[in-house]
Design a protein around this ligand. Structure first.
Ligand code: ADP
Length: 451
């Protein structure tokens, strides 16, 4: 079969390009072994984990009314499955409105232009362009008993067999997945322990942001630093986790052990038959999303630059636009303007240049902040810890970065992001009448504080 574009993977990096290119008149074939659109994000990642988080948030807020809420994890998981089903159906109907040919199957690469889709039957495809959008999967470090641990995929996957709230959970890892799960299960009533290999959490984010988050997390969560795992063993009813700490062997017991040790790219079979280059993070692309082979594109988690669904969607469209332009780039991904949220309790979100990056690069900044202690909506929920903080370039007072610690961080970051991506100045932000009584008020309030 001859097509203009073959797309491997139907997640956030795959289907937006498929829809865009098909609308522009290109013949598009897209394959995914899941047989559903939405990728790992919908099947076992962001959508289900954030559904469980939203319900946890409701439980936490309902405690303001002194209600004794009986947490029923089975009902939480049922609702999660229902949301996933709704979205599977929605994507099916969106797909039916396009001319994209979607096949349930795995793409195996033959060379720069040819591939086989291994589905019910093998289909040989010759394509002018190939989009590799095969995403990522949880990384599993090797230690004895690693196979006894679950990953976030097991917890959140569609129809997950885990329907009972763990009484005690050990989480291995110090990144965002570890602390999102830790703070959430802590509220649901699980006794949570986190084993962090080094002395830091959330490497790669601004040091003040991570230390503030650490200070705000519930002290009931047992965080052990410098504690690499040695072994996990089955005992009669639960699991023993043996780890090292200050040269000693220590032991924790839990009914679930969650491995949250990062994600690695998934390459389609046969990728070595192309000249596509990879590095430690994934397939090498520049901000045109073109790989080292000029007819092959690699948006999304597979390039490891910015592993978020919303980043993948924009990268997918950049790839589509550059294919529409015949492979000569006309569109570029702005990786600096991707908002990032860590959905802990409290949540944090950030974008662009933060003080650590500014210092490293000799950029002079002006900081403007707004404490949630003053915010009416934060007061309604008694969630007054944290702040909104904006970073302006000193000479132009243009917004170049920002963060939110606390209430509504995941949605507030978008107002800051759109202002930053479009080069707004402190004056322009200060003059905007943000909606009262919502936490957005703090964005313009913070900007006004420097005048
Ligand atoms: P992204 O956000 O980058 O789109 P995801 O991990 O959410 O990443 O989605 C990647 C999708 O690619 C998954 O649905 C997965 O099933 C699919 N996939 C993985 N390997 C292959 C392959 N060889 N052929 C086709 N699809 C694949």
């Amino acid at each position: 079969m001859d097509v203009d574009v073959l797309i491997a993977g139907a997640g956030g990096a795959g289907y937006p390009a498929a829809f865009r290119l098909s609308k522009a008149g290109f013949s598009v074939i897209m394959a995914d072994p899941k047989g559903e659109l939405g990728g790992n994000c919908l099947y076992q990642g962001c959508v289900p984990s954030k559904t469980v988080r939203e319900l946890t948030q409701m439980i936490k807020r309902a405690k303001l009314l002194n209600t004794n809420i009986d947490v029923n994890f089975q009902l939480i998981q049922n609702h999660k499955d229902k949301v996933q089903e709704t979205r599977f159906k929605q994507h099916k109907s969106e797909l039916s409105e396009t001319h994209v040919e979607f096949i349930k199957g795995e793409v195996e690469i033959v060379d720069n232009h040819n591939a086989i889709i291994k589905g019910d039957k093998d289909l040989n495809v010759r394509a002018k362009y190939i989009i590799l959008a095969t995403g990522s999967e949880p990384f599993r470090p090797k230690f004895p008993g690693e196979n006894l641990c679950i990953t976030s995929d097991d917890l959140y996957k569609y129809k997950s067999p885990i329907r009972e709230l763990p009484k005690e959970m050990v989480i291995i890892g110090g990144g965002y997945i570890a602390f999102e799960a830790a703070t959430m299960f802590n509220i649901l009533g699980t006794k949570v322990h986190v084993l962090v290999r080094s002395d830091k959490i959330l490497r790669g984010i601004d040091s003040k942001l991570s230390s503030t988050l650490l200070s705000l997390m519930d002290k009931n969560i047992d965080i052990r630093f410098n504690s690499p795992v040695l072994e996990v063993k089955k005992n009669s009813k639960s699991l023993d986790v043996i780890f090292s700490h200050n040269g000693n062997k220590e032991l924790l017991t839990a009914d679930q052990v969650l491995l949250a040790t990062g994600r690695s790219p998934v390459y389609p079979k046969g990728i070595e038959k192309t000249e596509v280059k990879t590095d430690r993070k994934g397939i090498i692309v520049d901000n045109s999303i073109i790989t080292s082979v000029n007819n092959i594109f690699a948006p999304g988690d597979i390039n490891g630059i910015s592993m978020f669904f919303h980043s993948a969607v924009r990268q997918s469209l950049v790839a589509a636009h550059n294919i529409m332009a015949g492979g000569t780039p006309i569109d570029y991904m702005d990786f600096n303007s991707v908002p990032k949220t860590i959905f802990t309790f409290p949540p944090i979100a950030y974008i662009g240049i933060t003080p650590d990056i500014a210092k490293k690069n000799g950029i002079e900044i002006v900081e403007a902040s707004y404490p949630f202690a003053k915010d009416s909506r934060a007061q309604m929920y008694e969630e007054m810890e944290g702040e909104i903080r904006l970073f302006f370039e000193k000479t132009s007072l243009r917004l170049i970065g920002g963060w939110i610690i606390g209430i509504d961080a995941p949605s507030l970051i978008n107002e800051i992001g759109i202002a930053m991506a479009n080069g707004l100045t402190a004056r322009q932000i200060a003059d905007y009448a943000d909606q009262h009584p919502m936490t957005n008020e703090g964005v313009s309030y913070a900007a006004r504080s420097i005048f």
